[in-house]
Design a protein around this ligand. Structure first.
Ligand SMILES: *Cc1c(COP(=O)(O)O)cnc(C)c1O
Length: 377
């Protein structure tokens, strides 16, 4: 099936009792058992929930995987993945991942005896040279936030196979519509469904997708044993949202390309970071492993006052954290999402005080361009 057909139908069939076309919200904590030891396959809400199962099957289909395992947040999903390692194990990870991932690994998981090597995975050689005898996982995020650097996923997957390591890709920025890491040879995909997948800025959620029976068995066990499950209502909201993921992503992409071109052509920015621009150092890789360039743009205005003026004066873009919703958001990574990264490291990666990050929504592009232009007047 094509992506949009799967998005609308996979994992869902009309309710057998009433024929309801939309999967109901099974808002129940427990299920009646027919007699001792006999039930309908549903015993307790943490373990089994049909709305959640529909969501898991739906997103698994979109990521071309066999299994989906849903969690109450993207970070709960990341935390569940830590059950694949134990004390004494080592993880190689992209040095520019989501800030919350950094916090979880460095400030929490390190205390459990797991060590991490933070490397620039946009150069595959760095992955290979960071591998040690006790390495178990390679954790990648591409494109990165906010510098939008890419990692060659097919190349990274090949290195992982050769060294018998599990490859994990946080695919939140691209969504399954533009990038499918499993088809490039990676073993696990993670999403913060909070972002593009839900897309309406009204749910916090996460999911893991894999085709490995062994990984599925372990993560499914943890989902129940640790219990970080999403609510039936949140599952239902996300399931409703995936139906429009294709049309939303097309529009995010189209708007972002137009806005990036405007920012370059008008020369109001010093530098524009967007994988869809021909001068992006990995534009060719982007075309190869992604089907679109996404809705995230970072802009260096070259001058803090100019950046401040924009952040203060925009009317359609909303100043706030998060991304991937239908509404456009604007943020200041140096003082918001990346404030905990030391200034020296920020400067080295180009994350300056005058850098502004845009999550381009699906409003009318003329209005978005005018909003940025007017904010500078
Ligand atoms: C937001 C985000 C996360 C964390 O997800 P939550 O749903 O906020 O817990 C992880 N990775 C990326 C790339 C994100 O943008």
């Amino acid at each position: 099936m094509g992506f949009s057909t799967d998005a609308i139908h996979a994992g869902q069939k009309p309710d057998p009792v009433t024929g309801a076309v939309i999967t109901p919200i099974y808002q129940t904590s427990t299920y009646a058992q027919e007699e001792l030891g006999k039930n309908k396959g549903y015993e307790y809400g943490r373990t089994h929930n049909l709305t959640r199962q529909a969501l898991e099957a739906n997103i698994a289909a979109l990521e071309k995987g066999k299994y989906g395992i849903a969690f109450g947040s993207g970070l709960a999903a990341t935390h569940a993945l830590m059950s694949l390692v134990k004390s004494g194990d080592h993880v190689v990870i992209s040095n520019n991942v989501y800030g919350g991932t950094y916090r979880l690994f460095e400030l929490v998981m390190k205390d459990y005896g797991i060590t991490f090597s933070w490397v620039d995975t946009s150069n595959l050689k760095n992955i290979e040279s960071a591998i040690k005898a006790n390495t178990k996982l390679v954790y990648l995020e591409t494109p990165t936030n906010p510098m939008l650097n890419l990692t060659d996923l097919a190349g990274a997957a090949e290195i992982c196979k050769r060294h018998n390591l599990i490859s994990i890709v946080d695919n939140t920025f691209m969504s399954p519509y533009f990038q499918n890491p499993l088809t490039l040879g990676c073993e696990i995909v993670l999403h913060s469904t909070t972002k593009y997948i839900n897309g309406h800025s009204d749910v916090i959620g996460g999911i893991i997708v894999t085709s490995s029976d062994k990984i599925h068995e372990r993560i499914r066990y943890i989902q129940n044993a640790a219990g970080g499950v999403p609510s039936p209502f949140d599952c239902w909201l996300i399931l409703r949202s995936t139906k429009t993921l294709a049309v939303r992503m097309e529009r995010h992409n189209k708007n972002a390309i137009e806005l990036a071109n405007f920012l370059v052509d008008s020369k109001i920015a010093k530098k524009v970071y967007y994988p869809g621009l021909k001068d992006h150092p990995q534009h060719e890789l982007a075309k190869k492993q992604m089907r679109g360039f996404g809705g995230m743009i970072s802009v260096d205005f070259g001058d803090i006052e100019k950046a401040k003026k924009i952040l203060k004066n925009v009317k359609i873009f909303t100043l706030g954290e998060s991304l991937g919703g239908v509404e456009s958001l604007i943020s200041h990574p140096a003082s918001m999402t990346h404030a905990s990264v030391p200034k020296k490291e920020r400067d080295e990666m180009g994350l300056t005080e005058s850098l502004v990050r845009l999550s381009v929504g699906i409003e009318d592009i003329e209005d978005l361009i005018k909003d940025i232009r007017d904010a500078l007047k």
